[in-house]
Design a protein around this ligand. Structure first.
Ligand SMILES: C[S@@+](CC[C@H](N)C(=O)[O-])C[C@H]1O[C@@H](n2cnc3c(N)ncnc32)[C@H](O)[C@@H]1O
Length: 260
């Protein structure tokens, strides 16, 4: 089996990560040996009675900044001689970073080690970012109080791409964004509920017709909800979506048995 992806989080709130690592797919990835997640408390690397990790910005201005020393000392202690490489990343989560996408998640899922730096207050002393960061990532054009939730978004999205993590190996290849199209609408049993019926084509058993319907629905959804995706790659999405119905999908067949 491939070596586990080693994720280290530098944070003032390590306890927040227990929820993530103790549930669902991330928990399963850890149990299967595909992922390790360790949250390191930056206050362990402070030296005063109050465990101070922040200070006022030089030049004035509102709020406080995370001091550089705890970050440098944590790196010296936890990852001495850290070198930036293609498979060894240091990500600073920041609203000023590159917008996070499925492509970026796929890229990060190829790494051996990812260090995630969670900012707080007004952010982090720039020297720590300059020294260590290989990537600066934003999860959206809004400002959160800290980098912990963005770090969890990143871990969750990467964990589900690791080999052996999802029950259905196909599902990650054919869902929204994987082929530049949004996924089509889906239905499960019962075929009719409170007068609401599942589209008849899905009950037809005609796989070609189902595939054509799904492709058309995917295109229509993408056109109305995210036309920017079609503008970026007008052909790729359609090609990438083909073949969803081919082959055996373990998770789907398991769940359809359950639903019988
Ligand atoms: C209040 S924010 C600081 C914002 C900073 N003063 C600025 O204007 O860019 C505190 C921390 O939350 C995290 N953060 C907030 N919003 C984020 C976002 N959209 N994506 C990633 N990280 C974010 C970052 O780690 C940031 O250092």
């Amino acid at each position: 089996m491939k070596q586990a992806l080693d994720v280290r989080v530098l944070t003032l709130f390590p306890g927040m990560f227990e929820t993530l690592t103790g549930h669902s797919i991330v928990k399963r990835a850890i149990e299967k040996g595909a992922l390790t997640v360790r949250a390191h408390d930056l206050r362990e690397y402070t030296h005063d009675r109050h465990r101070t990790a922040d200070d006022r910005p030089f030049g004035g201005g509102p709020g406080m900044l995370m001091k550089p020393e705890p970050i440098f000392e944590a790196m010296d202690d936890l990852m001495p001689g850290f070198r930036k490489t293609k498979t060894r990343r240091f990500v600073y989560l920041t609203p000023q970073g590159e917008p996070y996408t499925q492509r970026k998640a796929e890229e990060l899922a190829q790494c051996r080690q990812i260090v995630l730096l969670c900012g707080h207050y007004e952010g982090v002393d720039q020297r720590a970012v300059d020294r260590y960061a290989t990537d600066e990532i934003s999860i959206g054009d809004y400002v959160l109080t800290g980098g912990e939730l963005p770090a969890m978004v990143l871990i969750d999205s990467v964990a589900r791409l690791l080999p052996g993590t999802l029950g259905c190996a196909q599902s990650k290849e054919f869902e929204s964004f994987s082929g530049d199209l949004l996924e089509y609408p889906q239905y499960t049993r019962p075929a009719e509920y409170r007068g609401l019926k599942v589209p008849p084509v899905l009950l037809s058993g005609n796989h070609q017709a189902i595939e054509a319907w799904r492709r058309q629905q995917s295109l229509e959804r993408t056109r109305t909800r995210r036309p920017d995706l079609l503008a970026k790659a007008p052909d790729r999405g359609v090609k990438a979506k083909r073949g969803k119905e081919k082959g055996t999908c373990i998770r789907c067949s398991e769940s359809s048995k359950k639903n019988k």
